[in-house]
Design a protein around this ligand. Sequence first.
Ligand code: G3H
Ligand code: 13P
Ligand code: ZN
Length: 304
Amino acid sequence: MGEYILSKALKGHYAVGAFNFATLEVLKAIMSSAEDCHSPVILQISEQAMSFMGDEYLKGVISATRKQATVPVSFHLDHGKSLDSVKRAIEIGCDSVMIDASMLPFEDNVSITSKVVEYAHERGVYVEAELGSLAGIEDDINVSEENSVYTSPKQAKEFVDRTGVDSLAIAIGTKHGAYKYSSESRLNMDILKEIERALPNIPLVLHGASGVEAAQVNKLFELGVDIRGAKGLSRDLLEEVSSSNICKINGDTDIRIAYLIGILSDIQENKSNIDYRKYLSSGMREVAGLVADRMNLYKSAGRA
Ligand code: G3H
Ligand code: 13P
Ligand code: ZN
């Protein structure tokens, strides 16, 4: 197995952005920023995205990207729910896979994750698993409810020791999608520190880490898309965690928002255009701008 992209990040105190794609255009936009920023990058694909693109097409796209890339690029299965999905992802050429059995009881999570680790490691593929529940922290949630969603540092240590996973996704207060917080975003940094103490050599992963900035939400509203009330993680928190043992920061919602803003703005400004390459290129530029911004925030720029 070659060196794990996240081991370098752990040593270097930065985080690699893991960006979801489901079309060739989004993948190319992400890659163009990685190359401009001289940054390592993780391109991740969900089960749904894999089906949307089709396995054979994806295989070709992955192989072409690798041939052309001038920076370290790693393909990753995002939220694999079964050994079958993992097998499929490895078959199309992923370098790492996530098995997400976090919704199952602890012992079942250990059992399925261990099977995936055995299968993947035999094939030179790294494994990320998840422990805890990505429920977010609402203002009206009480302390014991709040604690029940976080990853337990003690369980995290036992989980990693028993499964042999290469990285661990933890729950410290984030949530998937556009609506993460009703007021200020926050993360439980105390839990993060405890997990770091229990597992100093394991790269940690932050899911649900899109910023969903107010300016973007307002821009979308002007363009006719109403996600008012959506709010993500603050830039300060993202910057802070990228120097911690969190070595992979996942973002999909921000990509979707940027792509949509680029496309819709172009369509509004060019009312007689019917060439999709034009408005898709505008979408790609927005995605590339977002990704470059994140690579600087996560301090992965210049680390390629
Ligand atoms: O965490 C989930 C990602 O945002 C993927 O979403 O399953 O709709 O492709 P998806
Ligand atoms: P966001 O919904 O915050 O972009 O999170 C995406 C993610 O965690 C993919 O695994
Ligand atoms: Zn996720």
